[in-house]
Design a protein around this ligand. Sequence first.
Ligand code: ADP
Ligand code: MG
Length: 539
Amino acid sequence: MSTAERRVLLVEDDPMHAELIKRAFEDDPAIIITVAHRLDEAIAALRRGLPDMVLADLRLPDGRGIELCQARDYPIVIMTSQGSEADAVEAMRAGALDYIVKSEVMFDDMPHVVDRALREWRLQLAHERANRQLQTQYEIASALATSTTLQEAAPRILESICRCVGWPVGELWRFDESAEVLHRKAFFSLDPALRTLEDVPHRFARGEGLPGRTWEAGQPLSVTYPADAPGERARPALGELGLYCGYGFPVHTSDGRTFALFTFYAPSIHTADVDIERLMSTVSAQLDVFAERQRGEEERRRLQAELVERERLAAVGETAATLAHEIGNPLNSMYMHTQLLQRRLRRMANVDPSITEGVALLLSENLRLGSLLQDFRSLSRRGSLRLAPVDLGRLLEQLLALQQPLLGSSSIEMLRELPPGLPTVVGDEGKLRQVFMNLVKNAIEAMPRGGRLSIIARVEDGRIIVEVTDTGVGIPEGVDVFEPFKTTKAAGTGLGLSVARQVITSLGGSLGCESELGVGTTFRVVLPIGTEADAQLDA
Ligand code: ADP
Ligand code: MG
């Protein structure tokens, strides 16, 4: 059957009229006319298959032609011999596309009537489809506008698409790029009987099943079951549920990355339908805009957090300056007096050892407070740096030599790679020593059962990079060790790293870390190479 063929069901009880109408189409082989003489005959014919249009007499022996208008699955033109206005109105109300009064002239003109009706019907369908699509786009836009995550909006999006195109089941998948798997984030079914599909796999690997295959293809994909989808064995229920077709649609960002995908299942799917492709592309664009907005929102939140962090640091700095002043002096005098006490005690005989111990403790606690105060002072923005060229290689050698005895006692092996003749950086030597001291101390403290500490320096792109690596406990994901007061140590201050980062950043460098829980941690200091001339410029 060629596509140009048009099947017309003619419902006419008058054999004469039927004959005349058929004769009017004699010259047009594309029009295939089937005649039904009664309403029940017409209904039976419609059950066997829908025609392209119906031409029905208003008055039939067993009823009225307009009863055929209800289905609205085909265009229908009503004919009558009388031609009363009331009949016309009734026919049009019932959903007839046109209404004609039978006459010799009219019969001759029948090809035009049919042609006009078919054209009109096509327009109507297109119009309805366009409306439905607009409605769907509107629904999706509303769902996205009132949701904060794609996941939250997904069930409504799926429902809109399913209702628009008449597919009974829809799913949305997101990627877990690192694990190379797809996770189902939302499921929708028009029919409760299809909910059983919700239980079957939530995860698909690349290339596996319709989701995985759509991922691999990177473009819309349609499959029929079971013939061309052996990978679908993961979903054996599909055929049993009468779903013989699947349609996968990847959602791309404007720069071509796939970040989600849809799958739909239906008894049949006509993917050649340009409307569906157009609808899905629009949905894809809508989701991309949404994702873009979300990324913007994330960035905004990150910046805001950074701002809060900076403000907090500044506030700490203010307090630090005052604290250092108010507490620093009395602390100093306490220290001096305790030291004096200790000296006197040494010269005395028969001193109770608990007194000597108590005084030693006073001194060490005093020292600890002093170094906490020192950290506080470093956080203060006002603390000015004394800039001069610093020989990092020498600084590190000295510092590590001091740590050597400590390493031996805690069975930590040290690896040192400090190339000779390392260029200088411009910085405050005291503060830089404090930074590296802190990193080394942290590394040692992270290896209570021993391990390896390595300090490796190298020159790269006009910068010196120093990596302090340990094989210690590691840092849990999501923990920001640079946040002030973040400490896991009983006697820690949690200020070491925030001070260190501040010092390094103020010298135009950066301090970052990489860690794996239970494996170890690397802190990386990057500083620009700088000489006396740079120091003069900075001062
Ligand atoms: P403190 O050492 O006083 O706790 P820091 O700012 O130096 O303060 O470090 C903050 C926290 O970061 C530590 O308490 C620890 O939990 C974590 N940390 C720092 N360095 C390491 C490391 N090398 N390995 C594991 N955790 C570390
Ligand atoms: Mg520390």
